[in-house]
Write a protein that binds this ligand. Structure first.
Ligand code: SF4
Length: 304
């Protein structure tokens, strides 16, 4: 079937007889039962929502809850974050990894302070102008913080679209159009959250179809065949191993510098068993990314 045209959005051919209205109705009906009790859901501060979405990039939800609460307590507004040094922001970021996101969030807070009067904008276009804010994050903040009727498309939603609605691998333009087609006219934030929750709790990489409340409305479940979600738009690939990676070494250096300045020798203990060339490359990459600074023989967090 073809999904129903909505507000001029392109339509997407799906493989079966899925009834979008029935899927939408059923998801809204079960939403209260599958919504995870996450502290940023329905939060009154768009800044708190923006921080949660940046932290959730490439990071499991359970790992974000505690650092998010700590960060929002320390920096309750964009201005408070912008006025802090990058070293303070990196320190508050502890436990999350992918520290370049902390620098991008700090840069975004400074743009909000200097160009948006300290207020998070509601338009997707303005949100996308902020450092570190891509399509998903902009749509998520617009939808969850302001109720703007835009779809969010992350790896969880990507799997639901490919399996439950299309039952085939989707190109990026098709996934975007399908996500927009299935969006209700009202209650967009709750619906987007329900799509995320369905993907995160049931339509996982290894799906839990037996327990899924949308199984009767799922094309793939009803029609069978190979899993259409791998390589479908929005569905992320497995992350490379963390153990032994440069990402792990970068995290160790930053953790050491969160405690204070360290000489190259002192940092050497964090590189036990790592060849010097790789150690130098890790330190150079952190300097290049603007996360640490070299002062003579000592390294410090940037902005310390
Ligand atoms: S029935 Fe299985 S594949 Fe379909 S939406 Fe539920 S978990 Fe995903």
């Amino acid at each position: 079937m073809r999904s129903p045209p909505r507000d001029g959005a392109p339509t997407v051919t799906t493989s079966g007889r899925n009834d979008f209205a029935a899927f939408r109705r059923e998801l809204r009906r079960v939403a209260p039962k599958i919504t995870r009790p996450l502290p940023w859901i329905g939060h009154e501060s768009p800044w708190a929502v923006l921080v949660s979405e940046v932290m959730l990039q490439q990071t499991q939800t359970s790992r974000v809850i505690e650092p998010w609460a700590r960060f929002i307590e320390r920096f309750p507004t964009p201005r408070s974050c912008a006025d802090a040094s990058l070293a303070e922001v990196l320190t508050a970021w502890q436990g999350l990894g992918y520290n370049r996101r902390a620098k991008a969030l700090h840069d975004a807070a400074r743009v909000l302070r200097d160009e948006f009067d300290g207020v998070v904008p509601r338009s997707v276009k303005e949100l996308r102008s902020l450092p570190g804010v891509g399509e998903y994050t902009a749509n998520a903040v617009a939808s969850f913080a302001f109720g703007v009727p835009v779809a969010v498309l992350d790896t969880n939603v990507g799997r639901v679209l490919a399996r439950a609605l299309a039952n085939r691998r989707l190109r990026p333009s098709e996934a975007r159009a399908l996500a927009a087609d299935v969006l209700p006219r009202t209650g967009v934030a709750a619906f987007n959250q329900a799509m995320l929750d369905l993907g995160a709790q049931f339509c996982r990489a290894a799906p839990r179809c037996e327990e899924c409340p949308l199984a009767s409305r799922c094309e793939w479940r009803q029609r069978g065949g190979g899993d259409p979600s791998p390589l479908s738009a929005g569905v992320s690939r497995a992350q490379p191993r963390f153990e032994g990676s440069n990402r792990q070494l970068r995290g160790r250096v930053l953790n050491a510098l969160r405690e204070g300045p360290r000489s190259r020798q002192e940092l050497g203990a964090r590189f036990s068993g790592v060849e010097p060339g790789r150690r130098d490359e890790v330190l150079a990459s952190l300097v290049r990314d603007g996360l640490i600074t070299r002062l003579a023989r000592t390294y410090v967090l940037a902005g310390a």
